[in-house]
Design a protein around this ligand. Structure first.
Ligand code: FES
Ligand SMILES: [Fe+2]
Length: 384
């Protein structure tokens, strides 16, 4: 048998690339809408700048402005809400939600150019979104955040919600997960048995089924309990809705969960990651029990993100991943993702055309089952 001789040019060198200098165009969730409705302005570090979110007292509407006051740079997020305006802590100028200066209490008149940037907002699913477009265009027709009916129909729990800041990684790392079947086994202790991706327009979807891992406990994996089926879609660059059904007992009880996995960029290599869950009440379930089930689902999400973050902290950015035949379509996903980082005029059909890819999981399932069986045998032996 001849052993292949590795010469220098046969070695695959990693092309690290650099994170994009701009931020993704699209709707970005800033958090649960109610969390901004406490009568105080809120400070958000996002898109390389600082924003202020405040609720107008009369209209009740949430507004987002650049936080730094164009007068002399005061931070409006440290100011106070007065009527439908936010008052700057530095010299008391009052700013409307549309970015106009409503009044300067000590001046005879407001300079005509006293305007600051007001961000386009949207409230959906009891969450607050801002539209970001470096070219300054409004959201195109049809590019919106779809409604999760369960949020409003009274049969589901309230949102759990968690926020954490990730430093030293570009948010592309988390989007890559959409196509990364194998990492669900190795990083998240889950057991994918079916895995398919569909990208079209501004939506990228992952269809997945998982089997329970008999060798894992509930705090090691979300899917320890039973078979799951999930549909997870990014609507734009940063907001993913996950619908997950889990069979929890022999009687055929299925728990339906809707989860959010979303983020907004802080700077070129930092972002704020947020996630939350709601659970549909089973017949006879009290509100408290539903809340408990949602908290449990959230716990699973939290564990999952900790596992991802641990990987990101220690990995390198890589622009030329070396893929094998049972990896998902990383390059096609990144091409889809690229549409949010180029000018609208430069969005190519290859970025938005429908693309489908189903991984043939046959070999992976066989190998992983053998690994699970070996772990179980070891565990049983250790218990004896
Ligand atoms: S800096 Fe805001 S009022 Fe002067
Ligand atoms: Fe992950």
């Amino acid at each position: 048998m001849s052993v292949p001789v590795s010469t220098e040019h046969e070695v695959r060198d990693i092309e690290k690339g650099a994170p994009p200098a701009r931020f993704a165009r699209g709707w970005h969730c800033l958090g649960l809408a109610d969390s901004f409705k406490d009568g105080s302005p809120h400070e958000i570090d996002a898109f390389g700048t600082k924003l202020v979110v405040f609720q107008a007292q009369d209209s009740g509407e949430l507004h987002v402005l650049n936080a730094y006051c164009p007068h002399m740079g005061g931070n409006l997020a440290r100011g106070t809400i007065k009527g439908d305006t936010v008052s700057c802590p530095f010299h008391g100028w009052l700013w409307n939600g549309d970015g106009r200066c409503a009044d300067i209490p000590y001046a005879r008149r407001v300079p005509p150019r006293a305007r600051t940037r007001s961000w386009t907002t949207l409230e959906e699913n009891k969450q607050l979104f801002v539209w970001y477009d470096p070219e300054g265009a409004p959201p195109p027709e049809g590019v919106t955040i779809p409604r999760i009916e369960g949020v409003f129909d009274g049969q589901w729990s309230d949102w759990t919600w968690h926020t954490l800041r990730v430093e030293g990684s570009h948010c592309r790392e988390i989007v890559d997960n959409v196509v990364d079947m194998a990492h669900f086994f190795y990083v998240h202790n889950s057991f994918p048995t079916y895995f398919k991706n569909v990208f079209e327009g501004h939506v990228a979807t992952q269809y997945q089924a998982t089997a329970p891992r008999g060798d894992m406990t509930a705090d090691q994996t979300v899917s320890a309990q039973g078979d799951t089926r999930s549909v997870a879609s990014y609507y734009g660059p940063s907001y993913m809705i996950v619908y997950l059904d889990m069979d929890v007992d022999e009687a055929g009880t299925t728990v339906e969960t809707a989860m959010i996995n979303c983020h907004y960029p802080v700077g070129p290599d930092s972002f704020v990651l947020m996630y939350g869950a709601i659970v549909k009440k089973l017949p006879g379930m009290t509100d408290a029990e539903a809340a408990e089930a949602a908290a449990q689902a959230s716990q699973g999400l939290a564990a999952g993100f900790e596992q991802d973050i641990e990987i990101w902290r220690n990995k390198t950015r890589i622009d030329n991943p070396l893929l094998c035949d049972q990896d998902g379509p990383v390059y096609q996903l990144r091409r889809w993702y690229e549409q949010f980082y180029v000018d609208t005029a430069d969005v190519e059909p290859a970025m938005t055309d429908r693309f489908e890819f189903e991984i043939d999981t046959e070999r992976a399932v066989r190998v992983w089952q053998a690994e699970v069986d070996a772990n179980l045998a070891r565990q049983t032996a250790a218990e004896r």
